[in-house]
Design a protein around this ligand. Structure first.
Ligand SMILES: *[C@@H]1O[C@H](CO)[C@@H](O)[C@H](O)[C@H]1NC(C)=O
Ligand SMILES: *[C@@H]1O[C@H](CO)[C@@H](O)[C@H](O)[C@H]1NC(C)=O
Ligand SMILES: *[C@@H]1O[C@H](CO)[C@@H](O)[C@H](O)[C@H]1NC(C)=O
Ligand SMILES: *[C@@H]1O[C@H](CO)[C@@H](O)[C@H](O)[C@H]1NC(C)=O
Length: 178
C-alpha cells in the first residue's frame, strides 16, 4: 500500500510538474511579437534559433532579432560581391547586382547603427533603422522586376522578414511613450 502511494504520488508529480520541455520553448514576448509579423512560423523559428530567446526580455530580444538581420544582410552582401565578380560587366544582370550591392550596403549600415543604439540603450530610432533594412531588400527585389530569375529573391525575402521582426520588437520600446 505504501509503495502504491509512492508510485502514485511520483506519477502525479511527473504528469503535473511544469517541466520545461526542450521541444516547445515558450516566451510570451515571442508570441506577442511574432503574432504581429506577416509569418508567425518563420518568426518563431528564426527567434528560437538563438539560445537566448526562451528567457529573453525585450532588450535581449532586440539583440537577437537585430543580430539575425545583421548576419543575414552581411552574408548576402558578401554573396552579391561574389556574383558581381563572376558577372559580365556589360550585362543587365551586372547593373541589377550593382543596385543590390548599394541596397545591402545601406541595410548593413542601418543594422550596425541599430546595434550601436542598443549598446547605448538608445531606442527611439530602432524602428526606422529596421524599416530601412526592409526597404533595401524591397529595392533589390524590384531591381530584378520583369526578369525570369532573381538570384537574390530568397535572400531578399529573408532580410525583409527578419527586418519586419525587428520593426515589431523596436515598437516594444516606444509603445505608450509616444
Ligand atoms: C494574436 O493576434 C490576434 C488578432 O490579431 C489576437 O486575437 C490574439 O489575442 C493575439 N495573440 C497574442 C498572444 O498576442
Ligand atoms: C512562413 O514561414 C515558413 C517557415 O519559414 C515557411 O515554410 C512558409 O512558406 C512561410 N509562409 C509564407 C506565407 O510565406
Ligand atoms: C538568414 O536567415 C534565414 C532565416 O532565419 C536562415 O535560414 C539563414 O541561415 C540565415 N543566413 C545567415 C547567413 O544568417
Ligand atoms: C559580355 O556581354 C557582352 C554584351 O552582352 C558580350 O558582347 C560579351 O561577349 C560578353 N563577354 C563575356 C566575357 O561573356
Amino acid at each position: 500500500m505504501v509503495r502504491f502511494h509512492f508510485v502514485l504520488i511520483f506519477f502525479l508529480c511527473y504528469i503535473l510538474s511544469p517541466l520545461p520541455s526542450a521541444a516547445t520553448p515558450t516566451n510570451k514576448l515571442v508570441d506577442k511579437v511574432c503574432n504581429q509579423t506577416s509569418n508567425y512560423t518563420f518568426c518563431v523559428e528564426a527567434l528560437y534559433s538563438d539560445p537566448r530567446t526562451p528567457a529573453a526580455d525585450a532588450y535581449q530580444l532586440a539583440y537577437v532579432s537585430f543580430g539575425l538581420a545583421y548576419l543575414n544582410a552581411s552574408a548576402t552582401q558578401d554573396h552579391i560581391a561574389e556574383l558581381i565578380k563572376i558577372s559580365n560587366s556589360t550585362s543587365a544582370s551586372h547593373k541589377r547586382l550593382k543596385i543590390c550591392q548599394h541596397d545591402y550596403h545601406k541595410a548593413v549600415l542601418a543594422l550596425e547603427e541599430a546595434y550601436n543604439d542598443l549598446n547605448s540603450e538608445t531606442f527611439f530610432q530602432l524602428a526606422k533603422l529596421a524599416a530601412r533594412a526592409a526597404a533595401a531588400a524591397d529595392d533589390c527585389q524590384s531591381a530584378f522586376r520583369g526578369t525570369h530569375y532573381s538570384p537574390l529573391a530568397t535572400r531578399n525575402a529573408y532580410l525583409k522578414a527578419l527586418s519586419d521582426i525587428c520593426v515589431v520588437v523596436s515598437k516594444l520600446f516606444t509603445e505608450g511613450t509616444f
